[in-house]
Design a binder for this molecule. Sequence first.
Ligand code: KG4
Ligand code: ZN
Length: 332
Amino acid sequence: MLILGIETSCDETAAAVVADGRRILSSVVATQFELHAQYGGVVPELAARRHLENILPVIQGALDEAGVSGKEIDGLAVTQGPGLIGALVIGMAVGKALALAWNKPLAGVHHLQAHILAAFLTDNPPAFPFVALVVSGGHTNLYQVHDFQQMDLLGRSRDDAAGEAFDKVAKLLRLGYPGGVIIEQLAAQGNSETFPLPRPRILQEPLTFSFSGLKTAVAHQVAKNPEILTNPSLQADLAASFQEAVVDSLTSRAFLALEETGCQRLVVSGGVAANGRLRQVLQEKAAAAGIELFLPPLSLCTDNAAMVAAAGYHRLQAGDRLDLDADVFSRG
Ligand code: KG4
Ligand code: ZN
């Protein structure tokens, strides 16, 4: 069963053709980061307009690369939310129009479920049940995943998402946008033990994340010692100390969730899962604890439409078709 996936929830316009929720025939991603870089973050209005320009060429590219026509696919899947409303409606409108024109079923996909199901697009997919940590620009969520549909939320961030923290700290250190990759590269040259930074915990909610205090602590270090901004070595040390604190917060809770649920498998995905230091610590901890770890390749961790097509396949298999008057949602 061939599904055409469409993703426009944030600043990537993406389309992909996936067979049976498992095999990627094509995956095209048009990123907008250079458009938003000059503003230091995603500007929703500009994102929506760029999606409108890119969406049809990106879809045509995905069909061409897969060697299929619109008539040959069996269904469509579109990200319904969460995300930027103006951006989501572009993908939704195009998905509905193509479903109607080609007379194919349309599935509405939850963006975070799609991030989790990216793990099934690899040669070594996880068995159920497993714990999933989704770490993106907008979310830091821990789930117990029972099957393709049923995912119970175990914990989330009470303030900033992990990716958001990377982006805000990069801005604070005047490093540019998007922050994750820049901080990772800089951190590789720094000493993570130079600056003591907090690992906030909420006593009654051990699986709840919090990153805003960490961001404030970084700002405090910069205020105390403005030389950090002009001294590349200190800048690298602070980037490394920050990255280590985030990695620590993420990995400690993921492994606590494994203990609490008794699950033996861990899936980590979303944009921040592209971080090399996070991947390294996860691998070390998983090996020590005898946990089977599933880390999708980088191109499947950051936003893409192959994961949307995979999630849509399972929705359609479950008989869950989207009505043509369905709306998008920003949160959830
Ligand atoms: O999943 P994603 O592509 O989009 C959302 O759904 O939000 O995640 C984007 C986020 C951004 O905040 C970006 O800074 C972060 O993922 N990110 C990284 C890395 N690559 C992307 N964070 C840390 N290290 C990276 N290598
Ligand atoms: Zn995402």
